[in-house]
Design a binder for this molecule. Structure first.
Ligand code: SAM
Ligand code: ZN
Length: 404
């Protein structure tokens, strides 16, 4: 297709993001009511709110490339207007080839136009293929990708099998999930069906959502004798995102499966426990603290959600770039790094104070008090009011009482 022949039959505008300029649907032309969600009304998907997600993806792919120290091939099989894939090709050093693809004809045409306009036709290939098909045609050895970024509508699960098969040994897989109603327990049956684990609708449901997605990936990768390690995980406004590196071999897969387990949560007294492996998940299990019935989430990933060294590499990359959202990203990276080795689950100060009928102290003061008492305490990017701690719920509550 030559540039001149491309005439979109819908309103478009040129935008700048990172170091690229691309043509996207003019969103305001597609909404009639302020309540309408513009990105999904347009003939080609484009969501400006996901800039942070794409910025972090650029940093993560660059961090990964630096870590492995050779040229890489990248695939974005659900590309929309091509923005993310084009950013990888332009902003990440050491990208040899990028394949972008979309099932939607208009998206394919717009992405092709954007690739040509950016003078990237030698480096970026555009396909109009169903994502599983695009990935499966790269599942043979030496055809596989170093990096695959799955950024779908809703759940990435329908693409996991093909993504795992198309990923090179030691490759990086990035997954976005926007089906938060399933993952956060509003529709628990949908979560069990899609992710193979039970969610819980509690104060740390977003962390459980990330762990359910990571757990689902671990199980699917395990079927292909692949182990996966989560190197970076973050929560967005309406999504979660997990970056995992793969390691071929049944032994690695078995080792990673050891990070699977359950979270037991008491809705009465905030007590929570984790158990790795597949213990007897009796529904009648009682809370050791108050005797209420424990609710269970999982099976899910109980290993680390992020790797501190990988976060360091991402932090180094941000120093070299001018990103509009740089300040926000720096703060997020610092928090994610600080919680990378902390225990699973967090306490939400406001929720506990509410239940205990106590005034709400500043979160930083609670962290300090817990530390003084000898407990681990750190903030979490999952919730601005959350604290990760190895203190039992009872001790946490005592601390809040003492602070009044
Ligand atoms: C959330 S949008 C992608 C946004 C893009 N990754 C970005 O960062 O701007 C999801 C895209 O997947 C495409 N899509 C949906 N189902 C697909 C499938 N089975 N195969 C390929 N593309 C698909 C849609 O047309 C849409 O453009
Ligand atoms: Zn209890």
């Amino acid at each position: 297709m030559i540039l001149e022949s491309f005439k979109p039959n819908f309103p478009t505008e040129m935008i700048e993001e990172g170091r690229v300029k691309v043509l996207v649907p003019e969103l305001k032309a597609f909404v009639k009511l302020p309540s309408e969600y513009a990105p999904s009304k347009a003939p080609v998907f484009y969501n400006p709110v996901m800039e942070l997600n794409r910025d972090l993806a650029v940093l993560a792919v660059q961090a990964y490339q630096r870590k492995i120290g050779r040229k890489i091939c990248v695939c974005e099989p659900l590309t929309g207007c091509g923005l993310r894939g084009i950013r990888f090709a332009v902003e990440v050093q050491g990208v040899r080839k990028t394949l972008i693809s979309d099932i939607n004809e208009q998206a394919f045409r717009l992405a092709s136009y954007n690739v040509q306009m950016s003078r990237l036709t030698k480096h970026v290939t555009v396909r109009k293929k169903e994502a599983n098909l695009a990935l499966s045609s790269h599942s043979a050895p030496r055809q596989r990708f170093d990096v695959i970024d799955i950024d779908p509508f809703g759940s990435p699960v329908p693409f996991l099998d093909s993504a795992v098969r198309a990923l090179r040994d030691r490759g990086l897989l990035a997954l976005t999930a926007t089906d938060m109603a399933s993952l956060c327990g509003v529709h628990p049956r949908a979560c069990v069906r899609k992710y193979g684990g039970r969610p819980l609708r509690n104060e740390y449901c977003h962390e459980l959502a990330a762990r359910l997605l990571a757990g689902c990936l671990t199980t699917i990768a395990g079927r292909h004798d692949l182990g996966v390690d989560m190197v970076f995980t973050h929560r967005g406004e309406h999504y979660i995102r997990v970056y995992a590196t793969a390691k071929y071999g049944a032994k690695s897969a078995d080792e990673c499966m050891r990070n699977m387990g359950f979270v037991f949560h008491c809705f009465t007294c905030f007590h929570r426990e984790t158990a790795k492996g597949f213990p007897e998940v009796a529904h009648s299990r009682k809370c050791d603290e108050c005797g209420s019935r424990l609710s269970v989430a999982g099976p899910l990933w109980l290993g680390n959600l992020s790797d501190a060294h990988f976060c360091d590499l991402m932090e180094q990359e941000i120093q070299k770039r001018k990103l509009k959202l740089g300040g926000k990203i720096r703060k997020m990276l610092t928090l994610v790094k600080s919680e990378s080795n902390a225990p699973p689950t967090y306490f939400v100060v406001d929720k506990m104070c509410d239940a205990l009928n106590l005034p709400v102290p500043p979160v930083d003061d609670v962290v300090e008090s817990l530390r003084k008492e000898g407990f681990h305490a750190s903030l979490t990017h999952f919730s601005s009011r959350g604290i990760r701690s190895n203190a039992p719920a009872r001790k946490f509550a005592d601390t809040l009482h003492r602070m009044v």
